[in-house]
Design a protein around this ligand. Sequence first.
Ligand code: NAD
Ligand code: DAU
Length: 343
Amino acid sequence: MASERSFEDKTLLVTGGAGFIGSNFIHYWLKRYSRCRVINLDKLTYAGNLDNLKEVDKDPRYEFIQGDIRDKKLVKKIFRKVQGVVHFAAETHVDRSILDAGEFVLTDVFGTFVLLDALKDSKVEFFIHLSTDEVYGSRDKGHFSEEDPLCPSSPYSASKAGADRLAYAYHKTYSLPIIILRPSNNFGPYQYPEKFIPLFVTNALEGKPLPLYGRGTNVRDWLYVEDHCRAIDLVIRAGKLGEIYNVGANAEIENNVVAEKIVDFLGKPKSLIKRVPDRLGHDKRYALDCRKVRALGWKPEWDFEEALASTVQWYQENQIWWKKIKEKSRDFRSFYEEYYRRR
Ligand code: NAD
Ligand code: DAU
């Protein structure tokens, strides 16, 4: 194992910390490192939610800055105050990218460029770039290793692939201290209820149909967000600069199986699951070879069934949190359904 970097008493910039994984990571980090400090830079798009961070709001070690990662002046100013960066901020929903890709290119590609460029003139000691397993594209059999070529197939994953390669280029060209992570599908508390698991859980709780795309046979590798946060932590401490690490749980499951487990946990009828037209260009399966991150000493601690049960319980117990969001997000869902009806 590489010698470990100690980061406990330094200041970390988290971009997109008001989103799903970013907020889980901030909770994780503040709990784990008592002497750390965290600056959260988030634009608060529709996906950013300060309710995710209520428990740490008054923590003197935590500071929130509402701002855009594309704001060069602001980013440069913040980079002078921090020693490490974990870059989560992005547009992240594949369905939205199919309807309108513009913000994906502007945030995921250009926004990442602004951060990387600021890194050039800074004393920041490491920059963790959150890419995604979707950059490899889909495959029916076998697993993608970090050496495999990228073949993204949605406007979202293509934008993420652009950002991923830019991050690599900035390491290679300027020897900047960058590490790229390519995680699989995360789930857990605070996930915006437009994504598969929280949408299905909350719809089931409301007695509404669960819209399963196509035949429901697409496969995702489900990673519990807490396990993902532990992987990021380990990579910060022991990951090799300039390297790429796949992070998956080896929990490959078809969507229809996940949907049935959700209704079973909630004691709802299977008839709530309704097949709807398939997502355009829908990737069949993502699957990662994670030997490299495992060699650093990481493995998932949560079993999928237990993590799903715990997640379902969290949405049962936090109805105010998601009902507030769903009230506001109705527009997107009806726009999306109308788009597919018209095709
Ligand atoms: P999310 O959509 O829940 O949160 C994104 C956050 O970024 C929001 O708080 C939003 O306000 C903020 N943001 C967006 N544009 C911004 C901008 N221009 N400036 C500042 N802040 C901005 O996303 P997530 O699911 O937590 O994903 C976090 C990261 O991890 C993303 O880079 C995503 O591509 C990657 N990732 C996610 C998953 C997953 O399953 N959720 C899996 C692999 C990789
Ligand atoms: O693989 C990592 C990626 O996982 C991340 O990079 C993305 O940010 C994240 O959104 C996620 O992308 P997916 O497209 O895999 O996730 P989503 O939750 O949108 O869909 C998961 C699967 O469920 C996919 O096969 C599509 C299907 N689905 C999704 C929704 C929203 C449905 O069947 N019905 C739905 O309503």
